[in-house]
Design a protein around this ligand. Structure first.
Ligand code: PAF
Length: 283
């Protein structure tokens, strides 16, 4: 496995790989790797010939009071996991490599739609940081295919929209959420949870799944379902941010005629913000 911390070296390496006829797969990450990331790598390996993983905790997507400093940084362990998973190259740029003139001077890529609801509403500027860094990484790696987890479904839709609007020649592939045996979606932030919080955490997925069951069984009382879920989460000790039933392709509020809906949830347990979603055919 080759590692690069400068984009020039990475570009040269990938140029040689492409000259051999290899197709490049890309999995962008912020490190703190878990089985969910490794599933994305496996998927990229099944679709392409050479797989690049980036590890960069992107300061541009964190708000002033968020967990940029606390975010798990375990580079040595991450590299071992990626080597074992069969990744071919890892790109570990510093902030100076990604933002040589600083964050304030950085040209931004803004996706005007899809960013003002759900996590975009509670984390202003977050998705501007995501789209900007992913666009830069796409330009550095120039992958044929990039794989993103569906746990961050809003992020996936925003990246797809950016790729379409900027005519980037990249296929964006979504991969299903990897879950612990009790249903909790894997996330680097799960490491923040203490034992009590970890025991409560799967209730987020259970609550969204209960709504999914009701919708599958024919309920269209979306507002009532959302309200009930919020009070279930509150009762269990969460500080819920939102539970919303929306269309899984444009994030508009779901209506009774939609054939498929996504149930999105975000809630805090102590300082830890968890998100999840369940997509369901409306029966
Ligand atoms: O999903 C993430 O880990 C990040 O938002 C991403 C896509 C790597 C951009 O920093």
């Amino acid at each position: 496995m080759d590692t690069f911390d400068q984009s020039d070296g990475l570009r040269e390496h990938l140029h040689s790989e492409r000259a051999l006829g290899k197709r490049v797969g890309f999995v962008p990450t912020m490190g703190g790797l878990h089985e969910g990331h490794l599933a994305l790598v496996q998927h990229a390996l099944s679709l392409t010939d050479t797989v690049v993983v980036s590890i960069f905790v992107n300061p541009l997507q964190f708000g002033a009071n968020e967990d940029l400093d606390a975010y798990p940084r375990r580079l040595a362990a991450d590299l071992t996991l990626l080597e074992e998973a069969g990744a071919h190259a890892v790109f570990t740029p510093s902030s100076d490599v990604m933002y040589p003139d600083g964050l304030a001077a950085q040209t931004k890529v803004l996706v005007p739609e899809l960013t003002n609801v759900l996590c975009g509403a509670s984390r202003p500027g977050h998705f501007d940081g995501v789209s900007t860094v992913v666009c830069k990484l796409f330009n550095m790696v120039a992958p044929d295919i990039a794989v993103f987890g569906q746990k961050d479904l809003q992020q996936l839709l925003i990246i797809r929209r950016m790729v379409a609007d900027l005519a980037l020649p990249i296929v964006v592939v979504g991969h299903p959420t990897t879950r612990d045996t009790d249903g909790l979606a894997m996330s680097s932030r799960n490491t923040y949870l203490d034992d009590v919080q970890r025991a409560i955490a799967p209730l987020l997925f259970q609550t969204l799944s209960e709504i999914a069951t009701a919708v599958r069984d024919g309920s269209r009382e979306y507002v009532a379902l959302e309200k009930r879920a919020l009070s279930t989460l509150e009762g269990a000790g969460f500080d819920p941010d939102y539970v919303e039933i929306r269309r899984p392709y444009d994030l508009a509020k779901a209506t009774a005629t939609d054939k498929e809906v996504a149930i999105f949830g975000a809630a805090r347990l102590g300082e830890t913000r968890l998100i999840d979603n369940v997509v369901v055919a409306a029966g």
